[in-house]
Design a protein around this ligand. Structure first.
Ligand code: SF4
Length: 324
């Protein structure tokens, strides 16, 4: 049976006005007509360099940021057309975990009180709150005696566990994690990834994970979306995007993973220049100034996204020519 779509983005466009040093205002395009779907039970990875728009996408999908145009649909219902009560339900059912879990915790509040807030809002008695909190803390590997302490008494890894526990206390359907492990030591990263995987099964979650670390996404995700300067350039099953990518940008990101390919194989594919500014997105294929395969057509014409295998699409004029 085909899994149902839980959360979807339809043609999302989001810009920010930026003041320059000359005091003029310029427009930064963070999301350029992005569409995607998150199926029930699925883990979807969003990858790309810093500044590609992936964190903005996560916030828009979580309802924390309004798009300029386009829609987010939760269980088929357009969030632009729901009332206050349904909006509250959506905000509770879609929880977000941030790169810096400290930023989402009140430093003057004991972590037990922070974690119990969603349970309190849900109307649970103090006894029920304690028992549910105990269950969640055990699930994420936190000793229950941490509840009386304050956020600044914890290490980064423990804070992230607290952030996950707080999100789970709201009984969400969807967990959106924005770079959940990038500020942590390598040894702790694996622990947090494993907790996320366990929680997905234990709490029947669908997840959207934003990360610049493709190896993390390959390990944890069913499907991956690759973004470049605010647009989706490739999407497909995680295993296929890695073994048979269809876009030169994805190819370059994979080549940059240490030890993933032989050094000579990888060397020719690496990105040479920095990511251009989202204040002036190149005409035609936005990747053309950095693409070693670019031809005149790439400078003139925006490539449409094309499906090359079931569920595997790329926006590149030369995809079939380059990758068969
Ligand atoms: Fe490179 Fe052209 Fe494909 Fe863009 S459309 S990725 S410039 S080959």
């Amino acid at each position: 049976m085909k899994p149902s779509v839980l959360l979807s983005a339809v043609d999302l466009h989001k810009t920010f006005k930026i003041s320059t040093h000359t005091r003029s205002t310029r427009v930064l395009t963070a999301l350029d007509h992005v569409s995607l779907q998150l199926a029930t039970g699925e883990t979807l990875g969003i990858a790309g360099e810093s500044g590609c728009g992936k964190s903005t996408l996560a916030k828009v999908m979580a309802g924390l940021l309004a798009p300029d145009s386009g829609n987010v649909l939760y269980k088929g219902t357009n969030l632009n057309q729901i009332g206050k009560e349904d909006w509250k339900v959506f905000r509770r059912k879609t929880q977000m975990i941030f790169q810096d879990p400290f930023s989402s915790l009140n430093p003057r509040m004991r972590v037990g009180d922070s974690m119990a807030e969603p349970l309190k809002i849900a109307g649970l008695s103090v006894h029920q709150q304690r028992s549910e909190l105990g269950r969640i803390m055990t699930a994420v590997g936190l000793p229950t005696d941490v509840a009386d302490r304050f956020p600044d008494e914890f290490s980064g890894g423990q804070r992230q566990r607290i952030g996950i526990a707080r999100a789970l206390a709201a009984a969400p359907d969807i967990l959106i994690a924005d770079e959940p492990v990038s500020s942590l030591d390598i040894s702790i990263q694996a622990q947090i990834i494993n907790i996320l995987l366990q929680m997905k099964t234990e709490f029947s979650l669908s997840m959207m994970i934003v990360s610049h670390n493709l190896l993390v996404l390959r390990h944890i995700c069913d499907r991956i979306i690759i973004m470049y300067l605010g647009a989706v350039v490739e999407s497909g099953p995680a295993s296929e995007v890695f073994s048979r990518c269809r876009h030169p940008y994805t190819e370059a990101l994979i080549a940059a993973i240490p030890g993933f390919q032989t050094s000579t194989e990888a060397k020719n594919k690496l990105l040479q220049d920095d990511l251009p500014s989202a204040l002036s997105i190149p005409f035609g294929c936005r990747f053309h100034p950095r693409c070693r395969h670019a031809i005149e057509r790439c400078r003139q014409e925006v490539p449409e996204s094309e499906e090359h295998a079931h569920g595997h699409s790329a926006a590149c004029h030369l995809s079939s020519h380059l990758y068969g």
